[in-house]
Each structure stands twice: as structure tokens, then as C-alpha cells.
Design a protein around this ligand. Structure first.
Ligand SMILES: [Zn+2]
Ligand SMILES: [Zn+2]
Length: 1130
């Protein structure tokens, strides 16, 4: 097994270990649950009344009211209309009236809602007050979802479509809409985004400005009374934000709160006066607030909102005893209650249970009422409660069954126990079908049993789901953190070990041992858990993911222990010490920046403004480099120059222009300009408004109207020009290096396939920018054909890179003579000139595995008349491959990003090139001490220091933002799923949209990972600003890398591992901040998305790196083979 394969295996295993760490954390952190987009309907999903004899008072087994295939939802209907007033953050104790307090003694939020007290006292059978318990997170958006779908909150929805932030699960609003009922809405505009186009009239007001206490409320109030009197609606929703905003701004103990609540009291009184008989009113808070007025977490104050129900019609028929104001109902209970009260099917994924006392009066449906009226009151009340509970339980049961088919999250033992309860209740009802009205007590007992069982079932299911979905699994989170942290540490030690000079001979076997041990430990723990499951009852409840993920932790820990043991003989300390102290100023600076950036992910404002910070970091790094190395270098050179050539004056303009420092400054300035311009492509995230203006580059061309057509043409032209620059400059550069003289597959595809692909992409953009009316008349296949051709051509380019990566040209013998006679100096001094392959005889005998020093050197003299082979492009044989790969990926990503971002992609490439140039200069300057030992110098160049890696990583982060992205869900650019595809995807192609969106989102990270090997390659051919004469070694350019294949493979491995470590440190930072802030108000808006994006970006980067490593080995091996063939020929 070659060392290349071993290193590749090791790299893959490291990537897997990281992925396992992240997966462990994610499993514990994200409340994930499948969102089923199915919706209930009355015909198939509702159950008829239990068929009991006593109801129909005689012979028939079924109730006469409704037959089997009729709408069974309406049998519970009590009201035809509902008014829902959401008073945001209305805490329970705001609504409860404390009689013992005198007016002067009450706190600002106490005893202000006097209307509620009055109604509870004067109309006890028409009003109810509950404590309304919210499921955390107590943020308005999550709460509105819960209050309409009846489901528990989620963060990542594994739903099957990409419908923005609109609710995809079945909910009350869409049920109303589906049945043709009319909803009118006023207030918090969150409703508008959740339920697009579902309202007949809607008066949304912006909810973002918490400093504004009145705009929303006054808007709602001004529309509320006129709307109530219009009477053409079934449901009226008003959402007030004043109380919530008052809490955020002043807290509940401020007099402003008293005014707000008094205002709300007036609203409630007004509504009650205007309500008609057939209407039910719900007034509730979506959550409470802490003593400081905030919310989002799960403290009792935040979770305990108030719910007040009132109707001019009688609400319930039971005794006074249920009128307990501290009685609690869950917020999800609102959903089935409202649904059945209005005669709607209960939304499909509801987990709430009805509020039973609201189903004790006679239903509206005539035939049912007729049947029910005949029953004695006690039996009637109990029976109608049981009937409603039964409908509810059936819906929940259907949902749980459907869900279990799609996922095995529910523990088997518990869910089957619950099913038993459900079946028992059903069988009780079935058994009493023969009982008549006469066996009074028996009927009552049975009904009571059934009611209790249904209640037990419903609350049991909900408890099970809460436990599984809505809680952080701290154990899993901590294990994830430990695993990721351990692997970072492990990588660092590994790098320190491989970078320390010395025993290369043992390295290969060491790696092998580490890899094998780590893998064996993982495998043995995995087997152990599988054996435990198969042969014992242990671990039966554990999910598949636990079993696969957990063994990684001992594996990582054992590997670290192995490294420690391996170097226990005192070497380890020495290695780590030298590794730290040997680092340059630049590396220490960048190391501090890396850790600081990761640590600052604990700050929400840092994350919000991260796009700007990223440019700042990149600029700082490059300026720090320049100050540390660039300036000092140019000074010494200048001194040297003035000493040698005293005649030359510094004022000489020609000298100034060609002075190395001028170039260095030029690179720096271009770099900084690129950074500056990249900010024009930033998108805005919600929190950045109003200080942020969305870039017009983000809008598709087609969205600009005709009067702006000049801008359209102008922008299109700029985009095309920018995109064309990519393949043009690639082929210019490689031509200059002599890479394109040959006819290898890759040089042909650089010459033909890439420009053709560019033309296709540009034409595709042109086609897409047509106005929608014209575009709709073009058949689907014509709209996508250009993009598909571009995919094909880019695929050919990538294929050619794998198939035939050698972009070199061997000069035929007869021309070789001519070139050789024309003089060596011109041949080898210029990079564009062909490279002479020296000493072919010696190299032919050399074992490629042998290090350079041991190779049989210049013993055999060349035979007389021998002309060494002359090859074009050999000096850039590696970079040509990576550049070709880079530009190919670049074109693909540019197409997915859309025309507006073509300039950004060009800026990215330009900035990266400047970075490489500066890096090459600085790297060579650092290694100047080795000038006397060319062999060591070449080996030294292989090592990429941390400052370059961190700079590269930070640039990837900068261009994540500069390609119009943010770490938020709304900023995902879903439109890229349809580049080259039209209409719906067939089932087997479902991965395509996900893939395209991933490519678009992480375009920058992918691109920087693809061209990462250039960090090793670049200093070999470039960066000689301060070196006056070329050494023998320099003439060979990148051929020097090939002289020691093992070292090259190790160096590339180190580079990849360090780049992974850079990203892993950032992921670790976001994980840590998500753990610390898991109860923070902004968790779901800021910290959780930041973690998800960072984790996903890390996974994408490591996949790219794992793919790139074998590609690099392939290029190196192709070179070996090519050289071997050449020498055999000579
Ligand atoms: Zn709220
Ligand atoms: Zn709030």
C-alpha cells in the first residue's frame, strides 16, 4: 500500500470522525421532526358518533343524524363564527383579577383587564379563563405555528417542498380556506408570511420595531370594529403587539404597561358589545414574559400565557366547579377545540386535545340535537364530550401511525402501550352499543371510563412527542462537542508530528497503526452494540443513529491516547514545543484570529454583522503580512541594490516602476480593492435593516421593468464580460507557461470546451432575462437546453482532467536540435520557455520512491551528441491541472449563482490570485535562510504555514457573504434548483435540487477548497520578486515537487488536514455558542442557523477535500508515468 493511499484513507477517516461529531451534536440540538404535508378532510378522516343504541332510543343501531359517508366534522359544531384576538405576550397573571388588592396597591400589570373579571362573575356559563401553556421556544413565529397546526415546534423541517417560510403542515387557516370559509386578518405581519393569500381582507403591520408600541395596535383597532360589523367572515383574527413591545422596551413593571393593558381592556369590551350570538371569542397571549419583559425561553413566566373564552351563547353546561382560573390548557389544545367548534376537520398533525367542557352544550346540527335532547342531561353532557374526544383521538392516532411509517423515532414499548389504551377506549364504546337508555348508571360509568382513557391516550401521546422532539438532548450535545474537540486536538498533534523533521521512515507505519486502531475501536464498539441488541434486551430502545454515532467517541479518544503513548519518550513535548515556537509572527497572529473568530460566535451582534467583519479580518491579515515581511524584504533588497549600483538613482521613474516593492504594493492594492468591491454583493439579513441596502445584483435581470432596460443591458454586458474573463485568462496564462502546445485531452478542453461552456452560460442568462410573458411561451426544453449543454461541457472538462491531466508538450527530436542550438539561456530563463528535462539517464534508474539525495547522481556522463528532451509546460504541470479544475468549477458555480454574481466570482478569482502572489513572495522570503541549500529549500516550500491556510479559510468565509448569502434560512437561494431543469422533478431526481442549492449556497467554500492545492504549488513558480538570479532548482519549477513523491503526498495531506482543522474550529465555536445560548431568545433566529450553516459548510468542504486528494495523486502519478515513458524513449 503506497503512502498516498494510506494518507487518503486517513483523510477520509478524519472527515468521517468530524462528521460523526457534528451529527451527534445536531441530533441533540435540533428539534427535528418530519413535517407531513398531508391534510385531513371530513370525508375520510373524521369518525361518526359511536353507534350506540341509547342515543336513538330504540331499535336502530346507528344514530339517525348522519350516515356513514357524510361529513362527521359538523356533528361537533357549536358556533358558526369565531373572533380570535392575540394579545402578544399576555401573561396569565395579567388577566387574573386579584380581589384582595386595592387599586392603589396593584402593580402596573395587575387588575387592568376588568372586563374579563366582570364577565367571569356576571356570566359564569359564558366565560372561561385558563392558563395557556406554550411549548418553548416561546417566540411568536414558533407559537403561531403551534397555535394553528397543533404541532410541536421544529427547527429543521424535513419537508418535501421548498415553500419558503409558508406553513406546509395542515393547519386551521388552510382548513378554513379549503372549505371556502372567509378569514379576515389585522395585525402582526408574521401571519401574512405564514399564510399567504388565505385571507379575504388583511391589514398587516410590521412587527420588527419593538420600540414602537402603538402603530400595530392602533392599526388593528381602527379596522377591528368595522370588520366585526361587516359580518361576511367566519373567522376574524386580530394580533396586537403593544403589550409585547412594551415588555421588551420597559418591562412589565412600567406604567406604560398599565396603559397598554387598559387599552386592551377597552378593545375586549368593545368587541363583546358588538358580538352576535353565534360567535365565540378567544383572547389569548402567544406566550408570557420574564420579569424583564423578554421571552423565548421556557421559564414559567414565559410559558404561562392567558386564554379567555367568551360567547353570548352558553359555553358549557357543567357545574361551577370547572370554573377554576388556574386550570391549565396547552396552546396546541386550541387547534382541535377551534376546529371542532366550527365544524372543521382537525388538522392532520395536531397533537393537542380538545378542551372538553366546551363540548357539553347541544351541537348545532339539527338531527343530532334531536337525538341528544332525548337523553338525560348528565348522560348527554358526558356523551358529547366523549364523542368529541373520540374524534380527536382518532385524528391523533392516524397521525402517529402515518408518522411511525416514515420514521422510527417513537420508542416501540411506549407507543404500543398507548395504542392499547386507545383500543381499550374504543372497545368500551363498542361494548356499550347494546346498552339502552334504561341501564342508566352503567352507561354513565362506561362513558366516564372512555373519557378517562381518551384523555390518558391524548396526553400520553403528546408527552411522548415532547420528550422526543422538543427537548435538547444534552448528553448527545456534549458528546458531539467532545468528539469534535478531540478530533481537532488529534489533527493538531498529527500535524505537529508530521511537520517535525526527522524520522520519515516510521511515519508510514505510524499512520497505519493509528488508522487501524482508530477504525478497529470504532468497529468493535459498533459490533458490541449490535450484539447487545441482537442477543439481549439492552439498548433495544436506542435509535439507529445512536448506535452508529456513539462508537466514534472511544475511537477518537483511543487514537489520541495512542499518539500520546507513541511519543511518550519525551519526544512529544519537544515536538509540540518546537511546533509552537517555530511559528512565524504571521502564523501566531492568524492563529489568534482563528480562535477569536470562533469564540465570537457566542455574540449575536457579531453573527449579524459577520459579513462586514469577514472583510475586515481578511484585510487585517494581508496588511499584517505586508508589514511583517513585505516591507522588511523590500528594504533589504533596496539596500542591496543601492550598494551595488550606486549610479542608479531612486528617483529614476523606470527603476521605481520595475522595483519589486512596487509590484508588492500593486498586489496589495488590487487585493484590497477586490475586498472592497466584494461588499457590493452582500445581501441583507433581517436584523441589519434599516442600515442595509440590498444589492441590486441579487435581483434577477428579468425582474427589472422596461423603463430600466438600459440598466439591464448594461448589467448583462458586464456579467458576460466578467464571466468571459475566466476561461480567457486561464488559456492566456497557460499558453504563456507553454501548457497548451500539446494535444492532451485536458489542453483541448481548456481551449475548446471551457469557452464553449462560457458561451452557453451567457446565452442561458440572456434567455432567462427575457420578460416572463415571452419566456412562458418558450417550450420547457428550450429554456433548459443551454444550461444542460453547459453542464455537459463542464463535465467533459472535469473528465479530461481525470483522464489525461498532463498539459505538456514534448518537442520532437528535429525541432529539439534547433532549440538547443539557439542557446540554453533563452530556453530556461523565461517561464514561458520550454523546460529542459535534465539528466534523464540518472532519473531513469532512480526509484521514484527513493528520496532525492539517495538517487544515483551525476555519475553517468551523457553520451556524446545527446540532446536532452525539451518539454513545454513542465514547470507548471501541477498548477495547470488545479487551475483547469478551478475554472471549470468556477463556471459551474457562476451559472448557479446567476448573472448578477459573475463580477463577484471574478473578484473572488482575482483576490485569490493576489493572495497567492503575495503568499509566494512572503513564503520565499521566509525561507531565504535556506538559500544555500537548494534541496532543503524545495522541501521547505512544500510546507504551507498556518497564516496562509487561515487567510484562505477567511476568504472562503468572506465570499460566502459576497455571493449573496447569509447564515439564515430566508437567504437560501432556492431558485438555483431550477437551473437546467424545468417543472417538477421525477422521484429519482429529488437529490438534484438539493445538490444544486447546496452548490449555490456553499459556492465560495467549494471553490476555495478545490484550488487549495495551489497554496503548495504556487511558490515553486512564482514569488521571485526579490531573487535576482534563478538557481538551477528554480528552473525546474513545479518539477521540484515531484522529485520526492512521498514528501509531496505528506505535505498535501498536512495542508488538507489543516484546512479541515480551520473549518472545524469554526464549527466548534458555533456549536459551543449554540449550547451556551440554547435558551436564548435569539437561538432559533441567529445561533442555531449559524451552527447549521457552519456545519453544512464544513461537511461540503471536507467532501471536496476528500475528492481532491485522489485527483492530486492522479496528476502526480500521471506525471510519473509520463516521465518514465519519456526516459524509456530517450
Ligand atoms: Zn409573541
Ligand atoms: Zn416579543
Amino acid at each position: 500500500m503506497g503512502i498516498g493511499i494510506k494518507l487518503f484513507a486517513f483523510l477520509t477517516w478524519l472527515a468521517i470522525l468530524y462528521a460523526i461529531g457534528i451529527a451527534l451534536f445536531t441530533r441533540g440540538f435540533l428539534l427535528n421532526r418530519l413535517e407531513i404535508s398531508r391534510s385531513s378532510d371530513c370525508e375520510t378522516d373524521s369518525v361518526p358518533f359511536p353507534s350506540v343504541r341509547f342515543l336513538s332510543s330504540g331499535s336502530a343501531h346507528k344514530s339517525e343524524g348522519l350516515t356513514d359517508n357524510q361529513n362527521h366534522c359538523v356533528q361537533h359544531q357549536r358556533f358558526s363564527k369565531a373572533i380570535i384576538l392575540v394579545i402578544d405576550a399576555l401573561r396569565h397573571d395579567f388577566a387574573v383579577f386579584n380581589e384582595s388588592l386595592r387599586a392603589s396597591k396593584s402593580l402596573p400589570f395587575q387588575n387592568k383587564l376588568v372586563t374579563i373579571r366582570k364577565l367571569l362573575r356576571e356570566k359564569p356559563h359564558h366565560s372561561l379563563l385558563y392558563k395557556f401553556i406554550a411549548d418553548p421556544p416561546t417566540t411568536t413565529l414558533q407559537r403561531l405555528k403551534g397555535l394553528t397546526t397543533g404541532s410541536l415546534p421544529t427547527f429543521v423541517d424535513a419537508s418535501s417542498n421548498f415553500a419558503g417560510s409558508e406553513i406546509v403542515e395542515d393547519n386551521v387557516i388552510s382548513q378554513l380556506y379549503k372549505l371556502g370559509k372567509r378569514i379576515t386578518f389585522m395585525g402582526d405581519d408574521t401571519w401574512e408570511t405564514l399564510f399567504k393569500d388565505k385571507f379575504i381582507r388583511s391589514f398587516p403591520y410590521p412587527s420588527f420595531n419593538v420600540k414602537d408600541l402603538h402603530t400595530v395596535d392602533n392599526g388593528v383597532i381602527s379596522h377591528l370594529m368595522p370588520e366585526i360589523s361587516r359580518n361576511d367572515w367566519t373567522v376574524l383574527i386580530g394580533h396586537f403587539l403593544g403589550v409585547d413591545h412594551c415588555g421588551h422596551r420597559f418591562g412589565p413593571y412600567h406604567s406604560a404597561m398599565a396603559n397598554k393593558l387598559t387599552q386592551m381592556d377597552d378593545v375586549i369590551r368593545g368587541v363583546i358589545e358588538d358580538m352576535d350570538k353565534d360567535t365565540i371569542l378567544f383572547v389569548f397571549g402567544d406566550h408570557g414574559m420574564t420579569p424583564t419583559g423578554d421571552h423565548g425561553g421556557d421559564s414559567a413566566d414565559e410559558v404561562g400565557a392567558a386564554l379567555f373564552v367568551y360567547s353570548p351563547n352558553q359555553l358549557f353546561e357543567e357545574d361551577e366547579k370547572i370554573r377554576d382560573e388556574t386550570k391549565t390548557v396547552s396552546q396546541v389544545d386550541f387547534v382541535p377545540t377551534l376546529s371542532l367548534l366550527l365544524g372543521l376537520p382537525i388538522p392532520f398533525s395536531n397533537l393537542g386535545s380538545i378542551i372538553p367542557e366546551l363540548f357539553t352544550t347541544l351541537p348545532k346540527h339539527d338531527s343530532i340535537t334531536k337525538d341528544m335532547e332525548r337523553l338525560p342531561k348528565e348522560m348527554r353532557v358526558l356523551f358529547s364530550k366523549v364523542a368529541a374526544l373520540r374524534s380527536n383521538a382518532h385524528q391523533v392516532n392516524t397521525y402517529i401511525e402515518t408518522y411511525s411509517k416514515m420514521s422510527n423515532e417513537f420508542p416501540h414499548a411506549e407507543s404500543s402501550k398507548l395504542l392499547e389504551v386507545f383500543n381499550k377506549a374504543e372497545s368500551i364504546l363498542q361494548n356499550m352499543s347494546s346498552l339502552t337508555k334504561d341501564s342508566h348508571q352503567k352507561v354513565l360509568d362506561n362513558l366516564q371510563d372512555a373519557e378517562d382513557l381518551y384523555k390518558v391516550y391524548l396526553s400520553g401521546v403528546k408527552d411522548m412527542c415532547i420528550r422526543i422532539w422538543a427537548q435538547f438532548d444534552m448528553m448527545s450535545m456534549i458528546l458531539g462537542l467532545i468528539c469534535t474537540g478531540a478530533v481537532i486536538l488529534f489533527c493538531w498533534m498529527l500535524i505537529a508530528r508530521t511537520q517535525s523533521a526527522g524520522d520519515r521512515s516510521t511515519l508510514s507505519s505510524t499512520l497505519e497503526t493509528l488508522l487501524l486502531t482508530s477504525f478497529c475501536v470504532y468497529a468493535s464498539f459498533l459490533t458490541l452494540s449490535i450484539v447487545l441488541i441482537l442477543f439481549t434486551d439492552e439498548l433495544e430502545e436506542a435509535s439507529v443513529s445512536t448506535i452508529v454515532l456513539l462508537p466514534a467517541i472511544p475511537s477518537a479518544l483511543v487514537t489520541i491516547a495512542m499518539i500520546f503513548l507513541h511519543f511518550l519518550d519525551g519526544q512529544l513535548g519537544y515536538i509540540l514545543r518546537t511546533h509552537i515556537f517555530r511559528n512565524s509572527k504571521e502564523s501566531i497572529f492568524c492563529g489568534i484570529l482563528t480562535v477569536a473568530n470562533a469564540a465570537l460566535y457566542t455574540s449575536n451582534s457579531y453573527i449579524v454583522q459577520e459579513s462586514y467583519v469577514s472583510t475586515y479580518i481578511v484585510q487585517s491579515i494581508i496588511i499584517f503580512w505586508f508589514i511583517c515581511t513585505g516591507l522588511s524584504q523590500s528594504r533589504t533588497t533596496k539596500e542591496a541594490l543601492t550598494k551595488k549600483t550606486k549610479i542608479e538613482k531612486s528617483r529614476d521613474i523606470g527603476h521605481l516602476i520595475t522595483h519589486p516593492r512596487t509590484f508588492l504594493i500593486l498586489f496589495l492594492v488590487v487585493f484590497l480593492v477586490c475586498v472592497r468591491f466584494s461588499t457590493y454583493f452582500f445581501a441583507c439579513r433581517e436584523e441589519q435593516y434599516p442600515n442595509c441596502e440590498e444589492s441590486t445584483f441579487l435581483r434577477p435581470l428579468a425582474s427589472f421593468t422596461d423603463e430600466k432596460s438600459e440598466y439591464r443591458h448594461y448589467r448583462y454586458f458586464v456579467s458576460v464580460a466578467c464571466l468571459a474573463m475566466l476561461p480567457a485568462s486561464l488559456s492566456y496564462w497557460l499558453n504563456k507557461q507553454g501548457n497548451l502546445n500539446g494535444t492532451s485531452a485536458s489542453s483541448l478542453s481548456i481551449t475548446y470546451a471551457l469557452p464553449a461552456a462560457t458561451v452557453c452560460v451567457c446565452l442561458h442568462w440572456g434567455l432567462q432575462s427575457l420578460p416572463e410573458k415571452i419566456l412562458d411561451n418558450i417550450p420547457g426544453w428550450e429554456q433548459v437546453i443551454l444550461a444542460r449543454v453547459a453542464y455537459g461541457l463542464l463535465g467533459i472538462s472535469l473528465g479530461s482532467l481525470l483522464f489525461d491531466p498532463m498539459c505538456v508538450y514534448l518537442v520532437p527530436k528535429k525541432d529539439r536540435l534547433k532549440l538547443a542550438n539557439s542557446g540554453d539561456s533563452s530556453v530556461s530563463d523565461d517561464a514561458a520557455a520550454p523546460k529542459v528535462v535534465e539528466r534523464p539517464k540518472g532519473m531513469r534508474k532512480r526509484n521514484p520512491r527513493q528520496p532525492l539525495e539517495e538517487a544515483p547522481s551525476s555519475d553517468g556522463a551523457d553520451p556524446p551528441g545527446f540532446i536532452p528532451p525539451i518539454v513545454y509546460g513542465l514547470g507548471t504541470v501541477f498548477s495547470s491541472g488545479f487551475l483547469q479544475g478551478g475554472v471549470t468549477v468556477c463556471l459551474l458555480l457562476a451559472m448557479l449563482l446567476g448573472d448578477g454574481f459573475a463580477p463577484a466570482v471574478l473578484l473572488l478569482i482575482c483576490q485569490a490570485m493576489m493572495f497567492l502572489e503575495l503568499y509566494a513572495v512572503i513564503r520565499r522570503a521566509h525561507l531565504k535562510v535556506l538559500e544555500m541549500f537548494p534541496g532543503l529549500m524545495q522541501l521547505g516550500l512544500l510546507q504551507v504555514p498556518w497564516y496562509a491556510i487561515a487567510g484562505w479559510g477567511f476568504m472562503a468565509n468572506q465570499y460566502f457573504f459576497a455571493t449573496g448569502h447569509h447564515a439564515t434560512v430566508p437567504s437560501i437561494r432556492f431558485e438555483s434548483a431550477f437551473v437546467g431543469f424545468y417543472g417538477d422533478f421525477p422521484k429519482y431526481l429529488y437529490f438534484v435540487p438539493a445538490l444544486l442549492i447546496t452548490l449555490n449556497t456553499f459556492a465560495s467554500q467549494i471553490l476555495f477548497a478545490v484550488v487549495l492545492p495551489l497554496l503548495v504549488v504556487w511558490p515553486y513558480t512564482r514569488g521571485r520578486l526579490f531573487e535576482k538570479k534563478k538557481t538551477e532548482e528554480d528552473r525546474k519549477g513545479e518539477m521540484n515537487m515531484h522529485l520526492n513523491p512521498d514528501e509531496l503526498r505528506i505535505a498535501m495531506f498536512q495542508l488538507f488536514v489543516q484546512y479541515m482543522v480551520f473549518h472545524a474550529i469554526q464549527v466548534f465555536g458555533t456549536m459551543l455558542s449554540a449550547t451556551i445560548h440554547r435558551r436564548h431568545l435569539m437561538t432559533w433566529k441567529i445561533f442555531a442557523p449559524r451552527f447549521v450553516f457552519q456545519g453544512a459548510s464544513f461537511l461540503v468542504v471536507s467532501i471536496v477535500l476528500v475528492v481532491m486528494y485522489p485527483i492530486f495523486i492522479r496528476i502526480d502519478m500521471a506525471l510519473s508515468k509520463w516521465l518514465q515513458r519519456l526516459f524509456d524513449e530517450v
